[in-house]
Design a protein around this ligand. Structure first.
Ligand code: RB5
Length: 145
């Protein structure tokens, strides 16, 4: 799967660790930055990630900042994507099954690398449930394939 990932300065280490882990599993990863410790603004990276996924350049996205809150808000300004902020795997799985989320947000100052990997595994392996959930998801914005 091609997966895009973006973060602000607060989550660069988590972004690098997750990107390496995903590549090790055979995924293709588009790293949209940021790349260093210099302070940046999470909306810039959230908007960039949302546009990338909305354009079909990646099947899924991962949005990271200190809490995951700011960048998830930014991503969800784009009506063509659905971003879920999670900190445990059950919510990550249900974000796929019920909400057809295509971008997962997490907070580097909230969860550790192993919990992030568990959330990501649930997110990448759980299918959308369709049926009664489909009409609700359709009301959220522009439908994604
Ligand atoms: C940056 O210090 C921090 O505000 C940001 O990473 C994020 O937590 C905002 O929601």
């Amino acid at each position: 799967m091609r997966i895009a990932i973006a973060s602000d300065h607060a989550a660069v280490a988590l972004k690098t660790a997750l990107a390496d882990w995903l590549r090790g599993q055979g995924h293709e990863v588009d790293d949209l930055g940021t790349d260093g410790d210099a302070s940046v603004d999470y909306p810039d990276f959230g908007y960039k990630l949302a546009a990338h996924v909305a354009a079909g350049k990646a099947a899924r996205g991962i949005a990271l900042c200190g809490t995951g809150i700011g960048i998830s808000i930014a991503v969800n300004r784009n009506p063509a994507v659905r971003c879920a902020l999670v900190s445990e795997p059950l919510s990550a799985a249900l974000s796929r099954e019920h909400n057809d989320a295509n971008i997962l947000a997490m907070g580097a100052r909230v969860i550790g690398i192993e919990m992030a990997k568990a959330c990501l595994t649930a997110f990448l392996t759980t299918p959308f449930g369709g049926e009664r959930h489909a009409k609700r998801v359709a009301k959220l914005g522009i439908a994604q394939a």
